[in-house]
Design a binder for this molecule. Structure first.
Ligand code: 5GP
Ligand code: MN
Length: 355
């Protein structure tokens, strides 16, 4: 059955895409990079765009860069082309064009930032709110569910082939950034975009099998610990949990495996805001914040030096779990001024250690 839907966009978006295409046409050596600690949307967009550009301009040299000197997370290695991504730190070229996808702020490029600095031109396709994007051309639409939706529109606008491999990469981005179409960003456009990708040959069950049904036992044991110590406060409206460095060591789970654990926290009935912390090397803690209602948690992430969207944001700060909980939880509580003032509420923020 043919899908009877299509993606459409306005003249402003078409003009932005034309400016980006113009930069691509004028470049011989091109790199495509996404954010540090890449997720399915970051990897999906860069791999899809890399393939699309190669198909249209086979004589151009296109390299997909990884912001960090780390392997692609295990659950995303099924993406076609993932094995060809190069850590930015190992890339010695001087590109004519640096394309940033799923990212608009230079500091989250990590090692890619040095490549950006020596690139002649730069452009962005992204869906993160950004006041001050770098480069000469960009298309940034924070209301888009995933950068993959925007790259799909870019590919469609340029008449580039939407092959099965490209479609699979983009479908992975849309499925993961919408939490399998469960988050508030799962709008009609995301579903239309996904439908067209399935029509182009992408199989949603392949994404599910690799991303959601291929966990190592080590990870499941970590998840069990994180689940066991979920705490709520502010009358159940805020939920949090964490993984310490000791948890990771004890279970044998890897850091990147712990990435989706904020979903465990947000699953608590009645909770509106979810926080998950994990200790990372260098005496730091990485935090993931989520909002299930209209409450905007991105300000808290920004106050802590991070950023993101209203409903999904993150940050990295120095300290251990205890220290970061004591800084972060009062900020979250302050998001509920009336409720907490009227009804009282917990004054301490217990750390539950079941290990
Ligand atoms: P996550 O919690 O899944 O790492 O990130 C949630 C959202 O916030 C993503 O869209 C991610 O790109 C953004 N985000 C996470 N951490 C940071 C950060 O440190 N700085 C900025 N600007 N955005 C972030
Ligand atoms: Mn994204």
């Amino acid at each position: 059955m043919e899908a009877s839907c299509s993606l459409s966009f306005d003249a402003e978006q078409a003009a932005a895409f034309d400016r980006i295409a113009h930069l691509i046409e004028g470049a011989q050596e091109i790199v495509i990079c996404a954010h540090t600690n890449p997720d399915g949307d970051a990897l999906g967009t860069q791999l899809a765009l890399e393939r699309a550009i190669r198909a249209r301009w086979p004589y151009k040299q296109v390299t997909g860069l990884l912001a960090d000197d780390q392997p692609v997370p295990r659950i995303y290695r099924f993406l076609p082309g993932a094995e060809g991504l190069v850590p930015a730190v190992d890339y010695a070229g001087t590109p004519d064009l640096f394309i940033s996808v799923d990212l608009s702020v230079a500091h989250r490029l990590e090692d890619g930032e040095a490549v950006l600095e020596r690139s002649r031109h730069a452009c962005i396709i992204d869906h993160h709110p950004c006041d001050d994007p770098f480069g000469e051309a960009w298309y940034i639409r924070p209301s888009a569910a995933a950068a993959s939706v925007l790259v799909e529109e870019f590919i469609q606008h340029l008449g580039l082939p939407l092959t099965r491999d490209i479609a699979l990469c983009l479908l992975c981005g849309i499925i993961t950034d919408t939490g399998r179409f469960q988050y508030q960003n799962a709008d009609a456009e995301a579903l239309v975009a996904a439908s067209l990708l399935v029509q182009a040959g992408a199989d949603p069950s392949v994404v599910s099998l690799n991303v959601y049904q291929s966990f190592r036992l080590e990870f499941l044991h970590l998840k069990a610990a994180v689940m066991a110590r979920v705490v709520t406060f502010a009358h159940g409206r805020i939920a949090y949990s964490y993984a310490t460095a000791a948890d990771l060591e004890r279970t044998g789970a890897s850091l990147d495996e712990a990435d989706g654990l904020v979903d465990v926290v947000r699953s608590v009935a009645g909770s509106e805001v979810a926080l998950f912390l994990k200790e990372i090397p260098g005496g730091k803690v990485r935090g993931n914040l989520r909002s299930k209602t209209g409450i905007d948690i991105s300000g808290v992430a920004r106050e802590l030096g991070g950023g993101g969207h209203k409903a999904a944001a993150g940050f990295t700060v120095e300290g251990d779990v205890d220290e970061v909980l004591s800084i972060t939880l009062p900020k979250l509580r302050a998001l509920f001024p009336e409720g907490v003032a009227q009804q009282g509420g917990t004054t301490s923020f217990p750390r539950i250690d079941l290990s």
